[in-house]
Design a protein around this ligand. Structure first.
Ligand SMILES: CC(C)(COP(=O)(O)OP(=O)(O)OC[C@H]1O[C@@H](n2cnc3c(N)ncnc32)[C@H](O)[C@@H]1OP(=O)(O)O)[C@@H](O)C(=O)NCCC(=O)NCCS
Length: 174
């Protein structure tokens, strides 16, 4: 899996030299508000990166703006059991780079990878329904909302709900 180029972005492997940029993204409380984890220290970012790089079920790419070379976020697929040919999509962008369509552009390229080279059957995403920015990204990518689980999880001191979105390979190709 080589570097993926889109009109404005490069999706490439995240390396040690990206840790500071990655930490700038993952240390912000508004970035992690609807995620399961709290803002991370540099050491936590380093450990998490090592974990993802060593996990064969994880496809992980940094999102780099071609014009500046700046790493502004990351995106990934978590592959499920091989027999089901499914994966879960996730992404995060630095708040200074919201509102430009970068997550959608990166998401489109990752779905092309998922349904092309990786030959997956289904890609899903799960989010707290109050994460409306992420829901809009998924809608723009063509994922449909398949389920809404009401207050099924206790997260960050409150009951949270979970919306499940998905798209099939056949729908992506159409
Ligand atoms: C989820 C997240 C990546 C969405 O970021 P975003 O900037 O809203 O998404 P995009 O990069 O796709 O940009 C889309 C926005 O840019 C606008 N835009 C501007 N230029 C655009 C272009 N050329 N193409 C597409 N959209 C463009 C769109 O109108 C849209 O704004 P809107 O949703 O208010 O209508 C961001 O909120 C984030 O990092 N959140 C924290 C982590 C998180 O929650 N991850 C998801 C876990 S499920």
């Amino acid at each position: 899996m080589s570097v993926i180029e889109t009109p404005r972005l490069l999706l490439r492997q995240v390396v040690e030299a990206d840790l500071t940029a990655l930490h700038a993204i993952q240390a912000l409380p508004d970035a992690t508000r609807w995620l399961y984890w709290e803002p991370r220290t540099l050491e936590e970012v380093r450990a998490n990166l090592a974990l993802r790089r060593s996990d064969p079920a994880v496809v992980h790419r940094g999102i780099v703006v071609r014009a500046t070379g700046e790493l502004i976020g990351d995106i990934g697929l978590h592959l499920g059991e091989q027999v089901h040919r499914g994966a879960e999509l996730g992404y995060i962008l630095h708040r200074d780079h919201h509102g430009h369509g970068y997550a959608t552009e990166a998401g489109r390229a990752i779905l092309a990878l998922a349904f092309g080279e990786l030959d997956l059957h289904r890609v899903c995403a799960r989010l707290e329904p109050r994460n409306t920015a992420s829901a809009r990204v998924l809608q723009r990518l063509g994922l449909r909302r398949e389920a809404l689980l009401i207050e099924n999880e206790w997260v960050k001191g409150e009951w949270q709900s979970e919306a499940i979105y998905a798209i099939l390979a056949s729908e992506w190709r159409a």
